[in-house]
Ligand binder design. Structure first.
Ligand code: PRX
Length: 635
């Protein structure tokens, strides 16, 4: 029996139990049967969770790109590996076969080598969502360079701090990027960022927008001529299982962003295994994840997971609202997408629009739809289920983190019965536990607690680049011997998990521990409300009280605000209880969000507390202008 794909609930429990009883055997078999290795491991895993030291597949030798590309060529050389859908629907989509991908990746790998990039060097990639982004990622992995993709919406100062932290020698960027009706001057941002980065010796520039850019002599080179003269084959570097594969920055609630470092073999096994099970990929499927490759979701589920499984993966350059709100649905119809994976923030923003935008298109190709990045509220879940999944495509609500490398808790489609707002059950190999305030493991069901993982899994990050102490303190100290996720969760009567949000999103009101996510869920059900964010602020009597920042749907804009405030509180009262009523409600035109769509509650918390400075690191903020509006109109 292969452990690679789960086909029934009975099989899930069998695999799950096996993976807990004999984790080494379980992962040994998966790694052995599904990948090509230069040399197999001496030992499956070695760890000391107190010290945050974890190693998988010790002394194995492998190259992940051989597994993503070369081994598919005999059987799938002419199969499409990547479909590139440009920002502008009038520009033709590109279909890149596995043969072509091999050629483009090996050429790029040769260019990087020619430019002096060696195994272990860090390469920063600052590109829009174009094929060259995936190709550069793979080319780095081919030669053993450590890639660090910086989301192409980040500001110059965010680029500077990452490049310096990595001491990176070479940057790959483009003359610009298209996003909706805008052209973004990526090269200009890189020029500004690199003024403070003496470590960077070279930048390679992809031509995308044909914008006029400054090319600095002896530093900046157009990529295409270099590719044209590079040979189209390349010997892959032999990598140790624990050699770093990539570093990706994630922001914490305090301090500078953390460079999460992932290594080669464990990440490969885990991203491939989870992709196969969560998306149930079959040979002719067309899989589409709308995330940006600048985030972990794009790394694991646009590039590595799909390609390791020989899949066809869509890369979309644009945004859901351009040229109109039907763009996602049009792409599904056009490319006959079978698996569609997106974020609750995108679902909510599209659900605000008339659902006829969805109904205009034929979505009958869809088999599975997924959600990632934050708790999906009940209303959004039903909208997604009704209008996109047409109640026949299961929703995989996948919980995981940059740090986990791959999906940890999620339904397996057609196997695990779904339940709105629940990520449901852990994948085999994942051992979640809920911990109480006294740091004891809670064994019962129908409980809430801090979500920890008590056994290592292959995809987990190994360290924070340059700061192992911080890694240990952030993830392995609060609950010694366990990995602390920072999230709270509820476990229901059958053992399903519902992620309730970051534990620091909990507010204690009159001694009651209130998670803000369920209150937001209740508010979002009000017909006039589009989105909400709840934070606590100090209160003389209650200790803390709740402050709500709420955006309205277009249909709610004309409503009398005092009546709305009353209705919203009555709604909370009847859904959660009077204890959760909001003391203050401020209607706002938008919420401060990170570029990956998460609400930056830390800023709202400060504003609610009356503190208008010291917002901490705001370089990841998508819409900084909204902060002034919210400050000025604070109640
Ligand atoms: O709070 C959880 C939330 O997103 C956090 C991880 O964010 P990031 O590292 O940016 O990775 C996002 C993509 C994996 C988690 O700690 N989160 C992610 N997925 C879910 C979620 N919360 C609830 N339900 C989810 N499905």
């Amino acid at each position: 029996m292969s452990y690679y794909q789960i086909k029934s609930l009975e099989q899930y429990f069998k695999h799950y139990n096996k993976s807990i009883r004999e984790p080494r055997k379980f992962w040994d078999k998966i790694a052995d049967e599904n990948f090509t290795w230069y040399q197999k491991w001496d030992k499956v895993v070695e760890f000391d969770m107190q010290e945050a030291e974890v190693k998988w597949f010790l002394n194995a030798k492998v190259n992940i790109t051989k597994n993503c590309i070369d081994r598919h060529l005999a059987k799938r050389g002419e199969k499409t590996a990547i479909i590139f859908e440009p920002n502008n629907p009038d520009e033709e989509a590109q279909h890149i076969t596995y043969n072509e991908l091999y050629e483009r990746v090996t050429k790029m790998a040769n260019v990087l080598r020619d430019q002096g990039v060696k195994k272990g060097d860090r390469v920063c990639i600052y590109l829009p969502m174009i094929p060259e982004l995936a190709i550069t990622v793979l080319a780095c992995a081919r030669i053993g360079a450590v890639h660090s993709v910086i989301f192409a919406g980040f500001s110059a100062s965010a680029v500077t701090s990452r490049v310096l932290d990595l001491q990176c020698k070479l940057v790959v960027t483009s003359d610009g990027g298209f996003r909706g009706n805008k052209t973004i001057d990526l090269k200009g941002i890189i020029d500004e960022a690199l003024e403070k980065c003496p470590c960077v010796e070279k930048t390679l520039v992809v031509k995308r927008t044909n914008s006029k850019v400054n090319m600095k002599e002896d530093r900046d080179y157009w990529l295409q001529p270099l590719l044209d003269s590079a040979p189209s084959n390349n010997v892959a570097e032999i990598m140790d299982a624990e050699d770093p594969l990539f570093i990706l920055y994630t922001s914490g609630s305090t301090g500078k962003p953390k460079g999460m470092m992932h290594t080669t073999a464990g990440y490969m096994v885990y991203s491939a295994y989870t992709f196969k099970n969560i998306f149930n990929y079959e040979e002719n499927d067309v899989y589409w994840c709308t995330a940006d490759i600048g985030w972990i979701t794009g790394h694991s589920y646009i590039v590595y997971g799909p390609l390791l499984n020989g899949a066809t993966t869509v890369i979309f350059e644009g945004v859901p609202s351009y040229p109109d709100f039907g763009r996602f649905w049009e792409i599904i119809d056009k490319h006959k997408v079978t698996q569609f994976y997106t974020a609750p923030t995108a679902i909510r923003s599209l659900a605000k629009e008339n659902w006829e935008w969805v109904d205009k298109y034929n979505l009958s190709s869809l088999k599975i739809i997924g959600s990632v990045g934050e708790p999906i509220n009940e209303e959004a879940w039903h909208w997604y289920n009704d209008h996109v999944g047409k109640k026949k495509s299961p929703i995989v609500d996948t919980w995981w983190q940059t740090e986990t490398g791959g999906i940890m808790i999620s339904p397996i489609p057609f196997v695990t019965p779904t339940k709105p707002t629940y990520a449901t059950l852990p994948l085999p190999g994942v051992q979640p536990v809920l911990m109480d305030e006294r740091r004891n493991e809670i064994e019962d069901n129908q409980v809430v607690g801090s979500l920890c993982i008590k056994f290592p899994w292959p995809g987990m990050a190994r360290t924070i680049w340059g700061d192992h102490q911080r890694f240990k303190e952030t993830y392995f100290t609060a609950f010694p011997g366990k990995y602390f996720t920072g999230d709270g969760a509820l476990r229901d009567e059958v053992g399903y998990y519902r992620i309730t949000g970051r534990v620091d999103d909990v507010v204690i009101v009159s001694g009651h521990n209130l998670g803000t996510a369920p209150i937001e869920d209740a508010i979002n059900e009000h017909p006039a409300v589009a989105e909400s964010a709840i934070v606590g602020f100090p209160h003389d009597v209650k200790g803390n009280a709740l402050y709500g920042f709420i955006t309205l749907k277009e249909s709610g804009e004309d409503r009398n605000r005092d009546n709305l405030r009353k209705e919203i509180n009555e709604h909370i009262s009847s859904h959660i209880g009077p204890i959760a009523k909001l003391d203050k409600i401020q209607f706002v035109s938008g919420l401060p969000k990170t570029r990956s769509g998460k609400i930056m509650r830390r800023i709202l918390r400060k504003i609610a507390e009356g503190e208008f400075t010291n917002f901490g690191d705001t370089t990841t903020l998508l819409n900084p202008e909204i902060v002034d509006e919210i400050k000025n109109e604070r109640i």
